[in-house]
Design a protein around this ligand. Structure first.
Ligand code: FAD
Length: 91
């Protein structure tokens, strides 16, 4: 069994408030521990704000490529098909 550890403060949760509070306490000279039960950093960086914004940005970029592909197909149709039809009718 590991020896008991003693702290002045134990900060529970590492979401928005925990890390700045623990840092400030440690900088003030308190022997500080921080406790997290799941993802260090909390919901925002692990499953909330950052991943959501990344997914939205990725979806927007995918959509741009879909539109570009459609535009390319339309460009080919408008540019080459009328000439091909004219050539075919002249035979
Ligand atoms: C899908 C989604 C998208 C979001 N997008 C945005 C956005 O774009 N902009 C925005 O401002 N906000 C957004 N939010 C909200 C934002 O994520 C939350 O407001 C913010 O994370 C809350 O911070 P918090 O520190 O209160 O809690 P949390 O981030 O939930 O952190 C709490 C932490 O404490 C831990 N914990 C809990 N109990 C214990 C315990 N007993 N012992 C040890 N650890 C414990 C948890 O595991 C967790 O890691 C979004 C949320 C979601 C779900």
């Amino acid at each position: 069994m590991s020896p008991a550890r003693h702290y002045d403060v134990i900060v529970i949760r590492t979401g928005q408030g925990g890390p700045p509070l623990a840092t400030a306490l440690a900088q003030a000279g308190r022997k500080t521990a921080i406790s997290e039960r799941e993802h260090v950093g909390g919901a925002c960086i692990n499953e909330g704000c950052t991943p959501t914004k990344t997914m939205v940005a990725r979806e927007n970029i995918t959509q741009i490529f879909v539109y570009l592909r459609i535009a390319a197909v339309l460009f080919v149709l408008v540019s080459f098909v009328p000439a091909w039809i004219r050539k075919r009718n002249q035979r």
